[in-house]
Design a protein around this ligand. Sequence first.
Ligand SMILES: *Cc1c(COP(=O)(O)O)cnc(C)c1O
Length: 361
Amino acid sequence: MSRAWNFSAGPAALPEDVLRRAQQELLEWNGARASVMEVSHRGKAFMDLAARAEADLRELLAVPRNYKVLFLQGGATQHFAQIPMNLAADGQRADYVVTGHWGEKALGEAALYARPHLAASAKTDGYASIPERATWDLDPDAAYVHITTNETIHGVEMRDIPEVGEVPLVADMSSDILSHPLDVSKFGLIYAGAQKNIGPSGLVVMIVRDDLLERRPRPLPRIFRYADHAAADSMLNTPNTWGWYLAGLTFDWLKAQGGLLEMERRNRAKADALYAAIDGSGGYYRNRVQPAARSRMNVIFNLHDAALEPRLVAEAERAGLLALKGHRALGGIRASIYNAMPMEGVRALCGYMAEFARSHG
Ligand SMILES: *Cc1c(COP(=O)(O)O)cnc(C)c1O
């Protein structure tokens, strides 16, 4: 058996170099005579690892000094609920721009602690576009504006960071963080579940501006308060040490690849190749997302005949191309091509698609 090209949307492929390094040092990490999972998070060795991972992430994203970087648990879904708890006063309006499935979920979790307002939505066109910024109904007194920069299921990406005035911009970047350089200063808070572009599931990376940590809209258990996590350097309780370690290896790998400009170049080339294979198939394959909104991370498409889709997925598995089945909410095909997917894997997929079209005309 050998490793196949893995197009899973998440948990997703990790860079092979990262897995090899983790394998090499699994039994004995860093002279500890134990694995990294088996040592105290408060010991010097792990504290050094943690600080280095944070420093590398700060360097990759050029995170300004007035932002904290947190390594949290719970997945993006937990933070859909926790963000309104931390940032909005009871009944205070919070604006949500919904461009797909995850934005809907985030909005749905906000009503217990805020008054979520649907500021814009692309639902009427089946989430195939990003609503024009000029049409967004934003309130200057809102607690924050929430966006999902890449909709992992609907395959749409917000390429330009919107201007929203003085209201803090909060972004779920679970599936596109680290895929290109980013101007962090345009955001109040960025959060991302790790299992797409950072590491294993169970870890959430958050980048949050200092002034937002000073908001205290209500009493909260400490474990739910971001300010308490920040004050404790994300070690309020035992963190996900294994996830933090693997995230650190991924940051290291990203730096060695040439950083986020290089990742952006590669991701653009990969997405261009795959969309060209779809658009050039004479209608055999179809993607209905507006070209300017097409995701570079999650490429979704349908076949001209939906009955062929399960065959494409099953035969692809046998050909060494894994997890192409679309999300159950949408059906169709989805190829997730995060940072860890090399061009070679995308070429293999394009070749397979051309061959499938020939043999199942
Ligand atoms: C995967 C994903 C989520 C959900 O992440 P969990 O870790 O399962 O809670 C939320 N938002 C986006 C954009 C995602 O891609």
